[in-house]
Design a protein around this ligand. Structure first.
Ligand code: GDG
Length: 481
């Protein structure tokens, strides 16, 4: 595609962020490198195969960038002002929708100026997409920051085939109703032909809300709009590039690094590991407390085991995130102060992010991966751990409230609100025999390898093309379903 012209892309991805990060080249000029993440690796081949483009915010607020090419992808930046970052991104997206959609684990804040900014920015994304897409093109909009884009885009370009995918949970109707702009959000989403959710429960919540609040006829997973259009809402559980992770984990460099990590930790019998964005939905505090109680109760010693917790910095300007960081800092300090010994801390805590190679080495070095969110759309860390354990060893302790629990049934499933239950599962995983570990890991690996991110993207795009093809052919039900 010639990125200076518009209107020629057959496939347009619209996401809050562009799939690249800016960095400074050795000569001081800015360059772009592909940001790590499954979504980029899944969509890159599809984008290359078609005449594709990716629309998103490049990060930063300084300049309004022209479309550019990076890593073989055509990228179309959407500019955000400093006020918009505060109101649309940190405000409405991350302090209203994020907590509301995650079981109100934190209290959502509702501010009318934030909503206005959300509408404005969504409109800007929709206009960019309308300008870039070729006639009858497919546009795939991603995530909670852009829920109004489907209808705004349909108003501008009725010829387009529009898909929407929500990466986070879609809340139960009782919680969603709190949102003062609930109807606008539902109507925004209904601009899509296909709406994908992580789990069937999210799709059902959505269909029920549409029936109750917007009054459209629905039947099973279909919504019948008054203009004759149908919208399908269904589950498409996301995954990772499992083969790529396994390849990385098998590499000599990663194997060597995994050994070094264990040595640096004092070669304990067992290494526990948590890797999360530092987010209140991830249940980091509860998990560390449960672990510290196992130590305090004498089930094992700091010389036998260590808990490595990586908390990747996230949304640091949002108040709830600053509070959480302080709470975790204090808890880790207290646990290490109470239970650690010289050279053997109870918890090895890092508030930083690492390259993918280091992540793979950590996964290989860890005996027990601990994933305990209070609510999580999917949780890719759990799947990445499984992909890296080609040796058939390693245990996964996983919250029932992560989407991944739906597929990874052989994990030690826990309720993160139940500290005693969590302690029992951690201990059970600690004591599991290699045979038991191998049995569970084998089954989970089969799931992760077969349902990788490519299968996810293909199935969504295939379904999107068939929903649109069938448009108008479906028989409308007589009564409400
Ligand atoms: C949202 C939903 C859903 C983390 N630290 C580092 C790093 N990571 C990578 C992990 C993983 C990704 O970030 C985190 O993905 P999760 O799925 O665990 O969580 P969210 O960020 O909350 O993602 C979630 C997901 O969207 C996809 O739909 O599963 O439920 O909340 O890939 O590896 N990567 C590197 N360094 C780090 O320090 N390189």
């Amino acid at each position: 595609m010639d990125v200076t012209s518009t209107g020629s892309a057959d496939l347009v991805i619209v996401a809050n962020r562009l799939p690249v990060d800016r960095f400074e080249q050795p000569d001081g000029t800015p360059g772009w490198r592909r940001s790590p993440g499954g979504l980029v690796s899944a969509l890159e081949p599809v984008l290359r195969a078609s005449d594709g483009a990716w629309i998103g915010w490049p990060g930063g607020t300084e300049e309004d960038l022209e479309p550019f090419e990076a890593d073989g992808m055509d990228l179309v930046p959407v500019h955000l002002s400093a006020d918009e970052v505060e109101e649309f991104y940190e405000g409405f997206s991350n302090a209203t929708l994020w907590p509301l959609y995650h079981d109100v684990v934190a209290k959502p804040e509702f501010h009318r100026e934030w909503w206005e900014s959300y509408v404005r920015v969504n409109q800007r994304f929709a206009e960019k997409a309308a300008a870039v897409a070729a006639k009858d093109a497919t546009v795939w909009v991603h995530d909670y920051q852009l829920q109004l884009v489907p209808q705004m885009l349909r108003d501008l370009r009725p010829d387009l085939r529009i898909g929407f995918y929500l990466h986070i949970p879609f809340p139960p109707t009782e919680l969603f109703q709190q949102l003062p702009w609930r109807r606008q959000v539902l109507e925004g989403l209904l601009g899509a032909d296909l709406i994908g959710f992580q789990l069937a429960g999210g799709a059902q919540n959505f269909i029920r809300l549409v029936r109750q609040r917007v009054g459209h006829k629905t039947h099973r997973d279909l919504v019948y709009l008054p203009d004759g259009r149908t919208v399908r809402a269904a589950a498409f559980p996301i995954s990772i590039d499992a083969a790529d992770f396994e390849k990385l984990a098998r590499s000599e460099g990663v194997e060597q690094r995994a050994k070094e990590i264990r040595e640096a930790l004092g070669n304990p019998k067992k290494v526990f590991l948590g890797i999360d964005r530092l987010d209140y939905t991830k249940g980091i505090y509860a998990r560390l407390r449960a672990y510290s109680e196992l130590l305090a109760d004498g089930h094992f010693d700091v010389e036998d085991a260590v808990f490595v917790q990586v908390a990747t910095p996230s949304r640091e300007r949002v108040e709830q995130y600053r509070i959480l960081r302080d709470e975790i800092d204090r808890l880790v300090g207290r646990i290490n102060g109470d239970l650690g010994k010289i050279g053997s801390p109870a918890i090895s805590y890092m508030h930083s992010s690492f390259p993918r190679e280091e992540m793979a080495a950590l996964y290989r070095a860890a005996d027990i991966m601990v994933v305990t969110p209070f609510r999580d759309g999917m949780n890719l860390v759990a799947k990445e751990y499984i992909a890296c354990r080609f040796d058939g060893q390693g245990a996964l302790v996983l919250s029932e409230f992560a989407g991944a629990a739906n597929e990874l049934r052989q994990a030690w499933l826990i309720n993160p609100y139940d500290i005693n239950g969590m302690k029992a599962a951690l201990l059970d995983a600690y004591n599991a025999s290699p045979r038991e570990l191998a049995r569970r890991m084998k089954a989970m690996r089969k799931t992760v390898v077969e349902h990788d991110v490519k299968a996810w993207a293909d199935s969504f795009l295939e379904e999107l093309s068939s929903v649109r093809r069938d448009h108008g052919k479906t028989v409308r039900p007589v009564s409400q379903g």
